[in-house]
Write a protein that binds this ligand. Structure first.
Ligand SMILES: CC(C)(COP(=O)(O)OP(=O)(O)OC[C@H]1O[C@@H](n2cnc3c(N)ncnc32)[C@H](O)[C@@H]1OP(=O)(O)O)[C@@H](O)C(=O)NCCC(=O)NCCS
Length: 208
């Protein structure tokens, strides 16, 4: 049952990452899910999605919660009944959650060369990139992860990753940057943190 990594970001914020090596049956036996979760799992087509979903319940257990403490709003955004902010992501063999007293979003992405094929659909013109640099894919993946995480916080129809969210330029070694959402006359700013876990990029952010 591998809890892969815990990041204690500050006294009231932790990020937990699960490496999904268990079978679906083993996860089912341990995850203690609600009827609503059972219903959702029943509608999931891929085994990998089911395992990712169940691994999140394992992470909740590690943090002292059960699936009964979690509910979703009409947009699919997760909430904890005690008011702790939560954000969830799963990607292939990993699932991750962030739990915080602050408004937060998290995204986990497998780094893949093919992200370059869609870069012009989500990279804003102000985000300077050197396509020949060895960390080109790393930076693209972080930029994408930031936008997914901002979207998980803001959760509004019509937000364009390219036109409404911008990420301040960073070096990979910085492991942090700032992002801005400017949508319908509303401006929101986020402190962004990122880590690389093997072939995966983990991005999490807080509204400031
Ligand atoms: C909602 C969205 C951000 C999820 O991201 P994803 O990479 O597909 O999947 P992840 O594994 O990272 O995240 C899934 C989790 O996000 C959470 N989530 C789903 N909808 C959400 C919402 N509206 N708000 C906040 N969180 C949400 C859920 O917890 C979900 O996992 P769970 O249902 O198993 O608990 C994504 O599907 C989406 O709609 N993105 C915006 C698309 C877009 O504008 N693209 C522009 C391309 S240029």
């Amino acid at each position: 049952m591998p809890l892969h990594q815990t990041i204690q970001h500050d006294a009231k914020t932790q990020i937990l990452v699960w490496n999904i090596t268990e079978s679906l049956i083993d996860l089912f036996d341990s995850a203690n899910v609600t009827d609503q979760s059972l219903f959702r799992i029943g509608n999931m087509k891929s085994e990998s999605h089911k395992r990712g979903f169940l691994a999140v319940r394992m992470l909740l257990q590690h943090a002292g919660y059960t699936d009964h403490d979690l509910y979703y709003d009409a947009f699919g955004k997760p909430h904890l009944r005690d008011g702790t902010h939560i954000s969830i992501s799963h990607s292939h063999e990993f699932s991750a959650v962030i739990l915080s007293d602050k408004i937060t979003g998290l995204d986990l992405e497998l780094r893949r060369e093919k992200i370059a094929l869609i870069a012009d659909k989500f990279i804003e013109p102000s985000f300077v990139l050197d396509k020949t640099a060895p960390d080109y894919i790393n930076k693209l993946t972080v930029n994408w992860g930031v936008k997914e995480a901002v979207f998980k916080v803001c959760n509004e129809k019509g937000i364009s990753f390219k036109d409404h969210i911008n990420v301040e330029p960073f070096d990979m070694a910085d492991r942090k940057t700032t992002a801005h959402l400017h949508f319908k006359d509303v401006k929101r700013q986020f402190s962004v943190f990122f880590e690389e876990i093997g072939d995966y990029s983990l991005v999490y952010l807080f509204e400031v």
